[in-house]
Design a protein around this ligand. Structure first.
Ligand code: PLV
Length: 323
């Protein structure tokens, strides 16, 4: 039965001519940047918000976010006619705060990085009638994100040989894995991209246990969780899915955003550029040379999106990184 209250769009999956030429394989793009709140986050966040409001009579949504989950929660709150409070870390731009207010949300700024804002949001949500909306670490978030793969599987002409995504707190990765299991892509490897300075997944893999980064130094603030979701780590650790973790420099993530803008005339933020850098920074052949990846004829890249980028910001990073 169709979900009459579906708050996310079915986004297109399109073949990228320019990226296929760069990589030598057929590259398909799942365009999550086209969601109303500008990222895939609305899939998982709306799933959790709907269950809270419709199922548990929640009167007040409280979310901490690097930006995009907050945009999704504010949008869901507006659609579900439920007040939303979004707690942002100081690193989130004033423009995002303004966009959130436009959606009718109350905006609070607390702490240097997401994890500090998150702790504060959890305290706020302890009051009766409120519910805490985690941006990535909740089964309802993962369940909501699954839908992007279910859609892509129906939209693609063939099964991909690899899926390219970025990792922040790991909710997107978990949802992608769950979606892939649903559509019969259990054998398809994932390249999980992070930027140096927002690399909590890779750091945990290297350490063999969850680690807490001392700080987020990457410009990809929306990948900026100090600790990755334990479930994301477990998926890798227990080899439940073939996930190849790769860390790139900020410069490569920004370069990918710039090249993507030229190739497709769409602006995405570095959190998304990280995933696109799997193509633009030739990560696929590099992993093949290391014996970490087999033959790739078709790749699916998740264009996770991002609501906090502007032409001015991209131009400033272009200068900063001498691109
Ligand atoms: N951003 C989260 C966490 O920030 C947020 O609060 O919005 N791509 C984009 C554009 C994102 O905004 C995010 C997450 C990701 C990728 C990574 O998703 P995750 O956290 O589920 O791995 C601190």
């Amino acid at each position: 039965m169709a979900d009459e209250e579906q708050l996310y769009y079915v986004t297109p999956t399109v073949r990228s001519g320019p990226m296929s030429r760069v990589s030598g394989c057929e590259v398909y793009l799942k365009l999550e940047n086209l969601q109303a709140p500008a990222s895939f986050k609305i899939r998982g966040v709306s799933n959790l918000c709907k269950k809270a409001v419709r199922g548990r009579n929640c009167q007040h949504l409280v979310c901490a976010s690097g930006g995009n989950a907050g945009m999704a929660a504010a949008y869901a709150g507006m659609k579900l006619k439920t007040p939303a409070t979004i707690v942002l870390p100081e690193s989130t731009s004033a423009q995002v705060a303004e966009n959130l207010r436009q959606l009718g949300a109350e905006v609070l700024v607390h702490g240097k990085v997401f994890d500090h804002a998150n702790k504060f949001a959890m305290e706020l949500a302890a009051k009766p009638g409120a519910e805490y909306i985690h941006p990535f670490d909740h089964p309802d978030i993962w369940e909501g994100h699954e839908s992007l793969i279910v859609e892509a599987a129906a939209q693609m002409p063939v099964k991909p040989d690899v899926v390219l995504t970025s990792v922040g707190g790991g909710g997107l990765l978990i949802g992608i894995v769950q979606g892939m299991w649903k559509v019969g892509w259990k054998d398809v490897p994932i390249i999980a991209m992070e930027t140096d300075g927002a690399n909590c997944f890779n750091a945990a893999i290297k350490a063999g246990e969850l680690v807490t980064l001392p700080d987020i130094t990457s410009v990809a603030k929306c990948l900026g969780s100090l600790t990755v979701s334990s479930r994301a780590f477990e998926l890798h650790q227990k080899k439940e899915h073939n996930i190849q973790s790769v860390v790139i420099e900020d410069k490569e993530a920004v370069s990918a955003c710039l090249r993507f803008a030229d190739d497709h005339r769409m602006l995405v933020e570095p959190a998304c550029g990280a995933a696109l850098a799997a193509v633009y920074s030739n990560i696929i052949p590099a992993l093949q040379q290391e014996g970490r990846l087999g033959k790739v004829e078709t790749a699916l890249a998740v264009v996770c999106g991002g609501g906090s980028v502007s032409l001015d910001m991209l131009q400033a990073w272009k200068k900063q990184f001498d691109l």
